[in-house]
Design a protein around this ligand. Structure first.
Ligand code: NAD
Length: 269
């Protein structure tokens, strides 16, 4: 297999489970050295297990504990990575969570906490990445771009989601932050894009697919007729980080089996 990310350093946030773990494996198999980020001491073992799988498959990387909502920890993660590996080429802003509640019952803590991880966390990491990309500039042997950021958004950057106003607001915010940074730094050949996953089988949404009834109900929203897997997102992330997508910036790539095609309208007309 051609190593599209050979020699590049990739930080993947929230990588001890789910999509982040899948993206880490895919990027490592594409030749990147991966920084498998996780938030707290309790997630170290899971991150180490992801890294062990990567190493067993011939990839390289390290784990790195950092809560992406904390400015000092994010700065340290980037500084440590740069001092150890020389630079950073790719950031995958993946860490995210849900704090669901009917809107009238949603607490300020649920609102603030979710935004601090899902949106502020992406800002803090993107800012450090941009600083490093600007410092280093383009190194043709590494990539045609001076750096690549892939933001993990959601179909809920465009599909409203009752009972999840904080989550949908965070993903809508990610969309405009991504596009604004893409516009600001395209002249520096820094590319910034998002992935909008539909329903992907991970711990965040297991109640939506872990029984046959729940999965059948979920499939009503997915024209392509299957629930997504982390490998679907891993392949998209590798493409967005590689020179194969060198002319792509400021775009959300929906990887959703058609969920954003408004399937409720397919038999109404
Ligand atoms: P997940 O719960 O398995 O992964 C989320 C990860 O974020 C966890 O590993 C968690 O430890 C980490 N995390 C939480 N707070 C953090 C913090 N403060 N600092 C660093 N890491 C932190 O769920 P997932 O489905 O893999 O979610 C990954 C991303 O994909 C999220 O941004 C989510 O919104 C997005 N997404 C998922 C789906 C889906 O169907 N699974 C759909 C659309 C978008």
């Amino acid at each position: 297999m051609e190593k599209k990310l050979a020699g590049q350093i990739a930080i993947i946030t929230g990588a001890s489970s789910g999509i982040g773990a899948g993206v880490s494996k895919a990027m490592a198999m594409a030749g990147a050295t991966v920084i498998v980020n996780h938030p707290v001491a309790a997630t170290e073992a899971a991150a180490a297990a992801v890294l062990a799988e990567i190493r067993e498959a011939g990839g390289t990387g390290i784990t790195c504990q950092c809560d992406v909502s904390k400015e000092d920890e994010v700065k340290k993660m980037f500084a440590d990575t740069i001092s150890r590996f020389g630079t950073v080429d790719i950031l995958v802003n993946n860490a995210g969570l849900q704090r669901d509640a009917p809107f009238q019952d949603m607490t300020l803590e649920q609102w603030n906490y979710l935004l601090s991880v899902n949106l502020t966390g992406q800002f803090l990491c993107a800012r450090e990445a941009i600083r490093e990309f600007l410092r280093r500039g383009i190194v043709p042997a590494r990539s045609r771009a001076a750096g690549k950021i892939v933001c993990m958004s959601s179909v809920h950057e465009v599909i409203p989601w009752a009972g999840h106003a904080n989550y949908a607001a965070s993903k809508g915010g990610i969309m405009m932050m991504m596009k604004s940074i893409a516009q600001e730094f395209a002249p520096h050949r820094i590319r910034v894009n998002s992935i909008g996953p539909g329903a992907i089988k991970t711990p965040i949404n297991h109640t939506a697919w872990d029984t046959p009834d729940a999965e059948a109900k979920l499939l009503e929203l997915i024209p392509y007729g299957r629930v997504g897997i982390v490998e679907d997102i891993g392949a998209a992330a590798v493409w967005l980080a590689s020179d194969d997508s060198d002319y792509v910036t400021g775009t959300t790539l929906f990887v959703d089996g058609g969920m954003t095609l408004y399937p409720g309208f397919s038999t109404n007309g």
